[in-house]
Design a protein around this ligand. Structure first.
Ligand code: FAD
Ligand code: NAI
Length: 468
């Protein structure tokens, strides 16, 4: 039987695309090589990491701020086994939910490795090596990404002592010390988990800043807050070797600008230096599908590859490697295939680091606006001046709003603070509608909320904040 759409890979890009396609009346199938749906995000990414981040934050709060709130619980005791069980249960609930959604939407599921055999034809290789051929009018490649490692360094992951993000979700014991190579999102989120549970964490980062690409002021403030939590940072340091030591592992690095090498040892080394597109066994070359210089499948504005009827979405193509970006692309492709006007607004994709406090950002950074020569106004408001933040002992951080100086249109919003990952969405909606800082500031915000700091920062961009 011929399908309208076959999606290869059921991460957030692929499964969302399949559901949307089915909802639009297209005969849809998916191919997945893992035992469960959900891809990196649900199995070894967003979901398990957030389960551990939440649990470890609760542990940290019980030990630190409960007493100040008048809740005496004594010294909290860690039950790591139970914490990991919570994480596994959360993953299982989500993968089971996806099984249900596949059935509910009458999506056929093929288990095995998908391969593009050409226009209108895909193969599924089962464990026995037998290949089943499927005919389909459209193919969507949604095969995601994998750990990149460190360019030029042979990192031998054993997922116990030298670990990737996957191993960092599974440590059976809290290490006394951990070196994190890469001060990006994974390093700071998973580093936070183990730091809160008692590990001494040192981040070794190539750039002069953590969270490269984020607004500079936000990154600096955030680094200070992490340092207060016990993180140590070695910035401007290029890691040239990671290997096992007598006890644990060692990391050798040299100043990025040149100079003498140095070696640090720790019980565990987490290598979090980025991810790369995953296309192994997909048959891209044989099918004549073009990739770019970083191995990402090339697509146009409609997410089409160079071969008619073959599309690609998510981590396997260019753009931020984020689950919600993959999902938006999945919906857009399904709509395009169904003859509708599918579209992704890449200017309005929020980015959240789920640490304590959270960091959330959308649109342009101050550095980007400066570089582009855009005249902008800045509105800022600290959580120390927010009543709700004081009531909850969450006064760290601030909101920063960047608006066009001439038109007042909001161009970027950056938040460090408790709940930043939720607050950023009012900025997303505003920016989707091309709103101004005055629109935001004149929108009544409930009192007392952390979100009032967003309103006050918006006031700061076009007039003056009230409460400072
Ligand atoms: P993936 O989720 O990687 O899914 C690809 C799927 O394709 C997999 O199931 C794979 O088995 C399957 N596949 C591959 N090749 C084949 C084949 N030939 N045949 C059949 N199946 C195949 N993003 C966020 O937005 N928020 C977060 O909080 C967040 N946290 C993260 C934490 C960690 C530790 C990591 C590693 C990533 C995190 N990410 C987060 C990134 C997010 O996981 C990815 O951006 C997202 O999963 C990409 O979705 P995708 O559908 O493109 O690919
Ligand atoms: P990243 O790109 O965010 O950070 C990698 C860091 O490693 C960079 O700062 C880079 O400068 C540094 N680095 C590279 N080579 C180095 C070297 N030799 N020595 C020292 N430092 C070096 O990648 P990360 O953290 O691995 O995350 C991968 C992807 O997963 C990201 O693109 C992110 O979008 C996604 N993700 C998203 C999350 C979220 O949205 N909350 C959470 C976790 C991951």
């Amino acid at each position: 039987m011929a399908y309208d759409v076959v999606v290869i890979g059921t991460g957030p890009g692929g499964y969302v695309c399949a559901i949307k396609a089915a909802q639009l009346g297209l005969k849809t199938a998916v191919i997945e090589k893992w035992a469960t749906h959900g891809g990196t995000c649900v199995n070894v990414g967003c979901i398990p990491s957030k389960a551990l981040l939440h649990a470890s934050e609760a542990f940290m709060e019980a030990g630190h701020s409960f007493a100040e709130l008048g809740v005496d619980v004594g010294t909290p005791k860690l039950n790591l086994k139970k914490m990991l069980e919570h994480k596994n249960r959360t993953v299982e609930q989500n993968t089971k939910g996806l099984d249900f959604l596949m059935k509910k939407n009458k999506i056929d599921v093929f288990r095995g490795t998908g391969k593009v055999l050409g226009q209108g034809k895909v193969g599924v290789a089962g464990e026995d090596g037998k290949v089943q051929e499927i005919e389909t009018k459209n193919i969507v490649i949604a095969t995601g990404s994998e750990v990149a490692g460190i360019p030029g360094v042979d990192v031998k992951f054993d997922e116990k002592v030298i670990i990737s993000s996957t191993g960092a979700l599974e440590l059976a014991k809290v290490p006394d010390s951990m070196i994190v190579v890469g001060g990006g999102v994974i390093g700071l989120e998973l580093g936070s988990v183990w730091a809160r549970l008692g590990a001494k964490v040192t981040v070794v980062e190539y750039l002069d800043t953590i969270l490269g690409g984020m607004d500079g002021e936000v990154a600096k403030q955030f680094q200070r807050l992490l340092a207060k939590q016990g993180f140590e940072f070695r910035l401007g340091a290029k890691v040239t070797d990671v290997s096992k030591a007598k006890k644990g592992a060692k990391v050798t690095f040299e100043p990025a600008k040149g100079g003498d090498a140095e070696t640090l040892e720790a019980d565990v080394v987490l290598v979090a230096t980025g991810r790369k597109p995953y296309t192994e066994g997909l048959g891209l070359q044989e099918a004549g599908i073009e990739v770019d210089d970083r191995g990402r499948v090339k697509t146009d504005h409609h997410l089409r590859t160079n071969i008619s009827g073959i599309y690609a979405i998510g981590d396997v193509i260019a753009g931020p490697m984020l689950a919600h970006k993959a999902e938006e692309e999945g919906v857009a492709v399904a709509e395009i295939i169904a003859g509708q006007a599918g579209h992704v607004n890449y200017n309005v994709i929020p980015s959240v680091v789920y640490t304590s406090p959270e960091v959330a950002s959308i649109g342009k950074t101050e550095e980007e606006l400066k570089k582009a020569g855009v005249e902008y106004a800045v509105g800022k408001f600290p959580f120390t001046a927010n009543g709700r933040a004081r009531a909850m002992l969450h006064t760290d951080g601030f909101v920063k709003i960047l608006a066009d100086r001439k038109t007042d249109r909001v161009l970027g919003v950056h938040i460090v603070g408790f709940g930043a990952g939720e607050m950023i969405h009012e900025a997303a909606v505003l920016m989707e509608f091309g709103g101004s800082s005055e629109d935001l500031a004149r929108t009544c915000h409930a009192h007392p909320t952390m979100s009032e700091a967003v309103k006050e920062a918006a006031l700061g961009a076009f007039a003056k904040p009230i409460h400072i």
